[in-house]
Structures are given as C-alpha cells and as structure tokens.
Design a protein. Structure first.
Lengths: 465, 465
C-alpha cells in the first residue's frame, strides 16, 4: 500500500482472477468481462482490422435488407429434371459441398444406391453401387443448383421437387419432398419399402400437391414460418406446427382441385402422419432467401452452411460460389434405443440452411420442447438464441420469439463476428447411422467448424485487397 | 444495546420494514417473507383450521386422482335435444350460474334472441324478446346438464353438440360447436348472417363431423391438448395448435366417410378458418374431467368456475351442485379498435372450466404468444402459472409446460389454499360488448372473486361439522 498510497479502486479487464485477488485484499473492484478479439491471435486480428470498413458494413446492410424483404412462396411441384436449372439425366444432386464417391459417407452412398434403384437404372443394390463407382453418374451439390435436401439430400432426375419463388426478389429455390420417419432415403435406407414410398410420392403425392398449390395460387411460406415460431417450432427439427398449419390451410384447396376422393384421402393421411413435412419447405424458403444475396460484393454475411457427412462447407456472400471446408463435425445428441456415439455419422445435410437464415438452432428459444428430441434444457435453448445475437447483424422482425419479448430471430451471420467472438453457429440436426441402409438413429446439436470461417475471412480480405 | 447485551442476531418474520430498520442499526438480520394466513382474519383462520384435516386431504387426493386419470374422447356430434340429459323443447341452456331474463346481461339476451330465431319460434328479434320475457321458455345453466358453452353459452334444443366421453370414468360432457370469429351468437350477435351460419352448422357441418368422428372411432382430446401445450396453446384463448392438430388428424377420417366432395371441402374450409374450433372441445374435455369429482364428499377442490355476465359462480366437489356466487368481475384487457372499457360486459362464459381443470390462464407459461391477444408480457404469463401452483394441490403429468422444465400444469384448486394465500384463480377470457347484437370487442385477464371462495369455505366447514 506504501507504493500506491491511499485507497485503491480498480477497474479490471479480462481475467477475473485478478479482480478476485484484489477484492480479497480489500480493494474496490469493478470487473469488466472482456476478451481480446479472435482470442488475441495477431494474424486474425490483422485480418479483422482490414475488414472493418464501411464498404463491408454497407454491403452487409444491403444483404440483410434482402433477407428481410424475401417472400418465399411455394408455387409448384415438378420433376427435378424439369424444374431445376442445370439438371441432367445423368446427374444426381447431394447435400453439402462437392464430394466424390470414394469420400462419400455411408448414408449418402445408401441414398445414392436408392436413387439408382428408383430411377430404374439397376435392379440390385450391388449393381447400383457398381454403376455409381463407374463414373456413369455425376455428383454435384444441391446448393450449386439453387436446391437443398435434408440429410443425404439426394435428388435424382425423376424425383418431384418443391418450387419456391422469392416473390420479392424473383429467384427460385428447390427441395425434395419429405418421406416421413423410419426407413427413409435421406438417412441412407434403400430397401423395397423406401423405393415403394418414393414411387408413390412421385406418382400420386406430387401431382396432387401440385394441383392443390395451383388451386391455392401459391402458398406463402414466410407467414406459416412466422406463425410456427409462435407455436413451438424452430422450423428445422421441430416442424409439427408448421406442418399442421400447412395441412389445415392446404386441404380446402386440394379438395377444390377435383382429384379423386381416394387420392385426396391418401394425401390427407400422408400430411397427418408426416410431422417433418414442412422441413423441406422451410429449407427451400431459406434457400430462396439466402440465394438472394449470393455474390453480393464486399459482404461478409454467410449464405450457406452445409454438410455432406464428410465435410462441412461454408459460403459467404462476398466470395460467391467458393466453398470453405473442414471435416464434418460430430453431433452431440440423444440416440434412439439401441444406438450409441460410435454408430453416428458426422454431421450431414443441407438443412443447416435454416440456421444460415436465422431460424433452426438460432431460434431454439421459440421451441423449448425440442430439447426432448435434440437434448439439453429449455434454459439452454434460450441461451443458444441469445448467443447467436453475438454473431449476427440483425434481428428479423418477420420472425419473432415470444419468450424473448417478441425479439426477432438472430439474422445475418457475419464471418467477422464469428472470428472476433470465437462463437461458432449452433446447428441442431438429425443423426444418421454411419452405415448405408440403416437410417436415423438420433438427433442432437453441433457447431459449425470455426476453421471454415477462418478460411473465409482470409479469402474475403484478399478479395477486398 | 445495554438491555440485551452483546451482539444482536435477528430472524424477522412478516413485515420487512422491521428487518430494514434493524439492518440500519448494524444488527444481523435474516428476513422471512411470511404473511398470516387469510390476511390474519380470525374468522377465516378458524374456518381454515377446522378444515385442516386428513379427511379433506384424502378426499382431495382422490379427486386429483380422478382428474389425472380422466381420458376425454370425442365420440359423437348430436342435436342437443337428443344428446343432453334433461334437455327439453322449451329449455334453453346458458353459461354461468342460474339467471333470470330480467338480470341477464346484454350479450346473453342477444344470444337468446338468436336462439329463438334459429329454432324458428319467432320471425323477428322483437318477437323473440317478447317470447323470452313471457316465460314460455325456461333457462337453466349448461353446467346443470353436464354441458358447457363459451361466452353466452346458449344451447337450444336443435343445436348440434359435441359428445365427449371420459373413457376412464364413464361420464359424458357436452359443448356446442364454435362459430368462428366476427358476428357470432356466443358474443350476443343475432343478425341474419349469424343464424345462417348456425343453420349451416346444424345441417352440413354437424352430420359431417359426426360421420368423421365415427369413422375415426373417436378422437382422443387429452392427447391433442398435451401436444398443443407444447405448441404455444393454453387451450382457452389460444387454440390454433390444437385446432390445427385436430384438423390434420381428422381430415383422413372425414375423407374416408364417403361424404360428397363438396361437403368435405366445406368442412375443410371451416376448420382452416376457425382458429378457436378446439376451444369448445377443450371445454367439453375439461367438463368431462371435472364432473368426475362432483359431489365427492369432503373434498375442497373446485369443480366449476363460470360466469353468466351478471354473476360469477363457483362449485366445489364436497358441496355438490351448490353455487357460490358474487358479481361477475370486470376484465382487464386489450380492445379491438374503436372499443373501450365502458363498452365491456363483465366476465362471461363457461370457458373458465379450462382454468378449473388447470389449463387456460393456469397454463399461460405454455403460451407466451397469447399476451398479444389478452395483454401483459411473456414474463407475466410465466408468473401466472407459477402463482397458481400456490393454490393447487397437484401438477398434472399429462399436461406439461416446456419452459418450466416440463413441469405439470397447476391442477386441483383447493378452496382452502385460495383463502389462506389470498391468491385468486387467474382466468383469461374474451370480452363481449355489453349491448346485445354487437359481439366480441376484445380479450383480457381477470380473477375469480374471492367472495365465492369465502362462501364455499364456510359451507364446506358446516358440511363437515
């Protein structure tokens, strides 16, 4: 005390241990919880500094404006070959960034086998696998064709897809149709019952949905999502409210379309049994929204986060179609009876387009009951949303969260903020068995790999000189 | 300090001001937030003391057991005259405790006029009013006939009613069918469009619903309510989730019933437009539940809280059919544009059977978005539920609230606890215009009058000697 003289009052920044030690010695201490940006890494701080400029902020404001303005409307159901730009007879789309057969994960291989059988190119799984190895069929990401698919995300030419138009900005996005629970292609199952259901979807469900949608003059998806967020959905792993609203809104139009009564009944039954029906629409709506800022010069906003089960891929508005990749992360989750960690495939699917657009894991505060499915507590669900405000640049007034006093969902992930805070986007997700042919074994939570954001930051800095 | 000697340590009960004053004088104080039961009223404390006995606790445990065991299932739709026990051609049922024409509130008079027109007994509102005054028609509470109706709750002989059976305990309950929003009978409107809609409901909707319900082999209401509580409904003033689940579950059965396509379409359209459709089912389910403990000797549990717009009426298990009444309270709420406090009728309707059964206002923690309709904040919605745990004897494991860590809804209102704590049951409700013929003007919150509970407590003490 002799050196300083008199009473000591301290403002302590950073490490709380110093504050505690001073308090024990009787000093008055105000502690400020502060950490150096990017964990104090000099190279990253330099990159961040080079990107702290009006040009980027302005581009991001423009990007967010497009997100908030977007009005995704379901306008049709058509075969992929007809609807999706650049689709070809020998092209199979898949989730995540690009991947070759030899690096493809088990469930995606299973789904590819199922797609070959569905297309009638081969009669047996063995034959299908041979053909897939042979190079006869090309593989490209859904994301490269304005499309998205949950889990394996396989879309083959004959599969029907939802056509979603962003009415405010004119672009379109596509997604396949949800098969329901149990043994399903998207989780890598390809048995006869899987193919039979896909055939039914192609021949009966899709034309009926198309007729009803046309009869309705299109169906506003943003409105359904906004209501569902007030009804316990976050529109990624909880879709029961959105599906129920859709079914209830859609049925009068379907019944007005003049289809045979038995077809209407089959569709009503399918809608009543398929709680995740709306997931694929939510995804297409988010894709139509986020594509509207793809290639936006100077913007550090994320336009796609997606996983092929082998790698995680990130796209940023200012760097257009370039993929920033890292190994797909492990999912921490709840398993169905009989399954465990070792059975799980790493993170898989395009469904993280929902988090990219500010819902899904980002809106878990709206969906406390989801923790029964993905794990954690309702309090943690609130915290995830609060945390995501740290890395986003806006709150979406179209999508509000009752329990946060109707605050908007955290929207517009800024790569700079992710690096500065070290907070990685939260994603909730289904878990597929790592072997082909089995299917879903659980659901849980994961984080986007920070490595992808580091790569993107660097590239963006180069881009802007 | 001289008198006491040494250091003073204090445990302070009750008034915090004493603790504060001692703290200021340097004494160590632990404050216990305690209030004397029943606000310290000696007479009430004596009554409470006389009812603090095993016999009552045991009766209440039995009563709660019946509530938790109840399994309300929608089994049919039939005309009131056919379905409701004791219904007669010259009998009109209404909400709340008994009331005569001269004391009837405006919206209930309006609904009675509409019912006379619907039954074809008169051609004009003036004629209808004359007949209602004449004594030709008898008025009795729905509650006296195992029935409930929202707001005016008027059920006339030809009206179709839901038949809900408590499968676990065998008793049945009845409710009319929801007319939707706008000008509706239950809020006292009786114009030609109101009568026309009621006719359509009788001739088209009711037989179709009946056919679908039979096709489904009955519809489990408890399951729908449990799911809806995870989807932002509290099943009184928010029913959009329950209605959507019902519609989605019901449509395949309706379509399987072999009705003309145009009828199915009309029903689908009605279900898609009527967000409060499920309210009447929720009410009948709660009535079927709470009737199962009516007359349970020694029990201090509430079996009915209801309002006729003039008086509030309370029934308690141990005192059977006896009504304990007080003037109907004013509702504090949000008004539709153009309306204000002075236009509002006092509290009205049987729909507080939902709160009686532990949902509605008691489950507002499950329905934060409801505050946009009834006022208050999501935080207050949580607090209402927490407060209701103070006056109830159980938490219902069938109805859980995600944001309270899946705690069960506060169930089994104990008259003793209401008097001891001074906490009156919270009720959320629609607000009717006080004049007949106008309709709904808002929604809000109110409390059951404590006077009814005081009367019930006294009576119960007499009963038990």
């Amino acid at each position: 005390m002799g050196i300083i003289g008199g009473e000591v009052s301290v403002v302590n920044l950073g490490l709380e241990a110093f504050a505690e030690s001073l308090r024990q010695q009787g000093a008055k201490v105000v502690h400020v919880d502060w950490r150096p940006p990017a964990g104090g890494d000099p190279e990253k701080i330099k990159l961040l500094y080079s990107l702290e400029r009006d040009e980027v902020d302005e581009a991001n404001r423009g990007g967010v404006g497009r997100i908030l303005k977007s009005q995704p409307v379901l306008v049709d159901v058509q075969p992929a070959l007809k609807a999706i730009p650049g689709m070809r007879g020998d092209l199979f789309l898949h989730s995540g960034p690009p991947v070759t057969w030899d690096r493809m994960c088990g469930p995606m291989r299973g789904a590819m086998i199922g797609a070959v059988l569905l297309e009638g190119l081969e009669d047996s799984p063995e034959g299908a696998e041979r053909r897939l190895r042979s190079g006869d069929i090309s593989f490209e990401p859904c994301h490269d064709h304005s499309a998205v698919g949950p889990m394996a995300g396989v879309i083959s030419p004959s599969m029907p897809v939802f056509v979603v138009e962003n009415k405010a900005l004119g672009n379109r996005a596509y997604s396949n149709i949800n098969e329901g629970f149990g043994k399903v292609l998207r989780f890598g199952a390809y048995g006869p019952e899987v193919i039979k259901r896909l055939k039914w979807m192609e021949e009966t469900l899709a034309p009926a949905l198309a007729a009803g949608i046309r009869e309705a003059g299109g169906i506003d998806l943003r409105g359904i999502m906004a209501r569902a967020l007030h009804m316990g959905d976050e529109c990624h792993n909880r879709n029961v409210a959105a599906t129920s609203i859709f079914a209830r809104t859609f049925m009068p139009h379907l019944l007005h379309a003049g289809l045979p009564n038995s077809v209407a009944e089959e569709v009503a039954k399918y809608l009543s049994e398929t709680d995740h029906f709306f997931l694929n629409l939510s995804m297409a709506a988010c894709k139509a929204t986020m594509d509207s800022l793809a290639g936006l010069k100077g913007s550090s906003l994320v336009t796609a986060m997606t996983r092929n089960g082998t790698e995680f891929g990130l796209r940023v508005a200012g760097t257009g179609g370039e993929w920033f990749t890292a190994p797909a992360p492990i999912v921490k989750g709840l398993y169905f009876p009989g399954f465990k960690d070792e059975d799980a495939n790493p993170d898989l699917g395009d469904s993280s387009i929902t988090e990219t657009a500010g819902i899904g894991g980002f809106a878990m505060a709206a969906a406390p009951a989801i923790v029964q499915f993905v794990g954690g507590s309702p309090q943690e669900a609130l915290e995830y949303t609060r945390e995501m405000y740290e890395i986003t640049v806006a709150r979406n007034p179209n999508f509000t969260i009752p329990f946060l006093n109707f605050e908007g969902t955290p929207t517009g992930i800024d790569v700079r903020r992710v690096i500065a805070t070290g907070i990685s986007p939260i994603i909730n997700t289904g878990i597929a068995h790592r072997e082909p042919g089995i299917g879903q074994i659980g659901a849980g939570l994961t984080r986007a790999p920070i490595e992808c954001f580091e790569k993107a930051l660097k590239r963006l800095a180069e881009e802007l000189g």
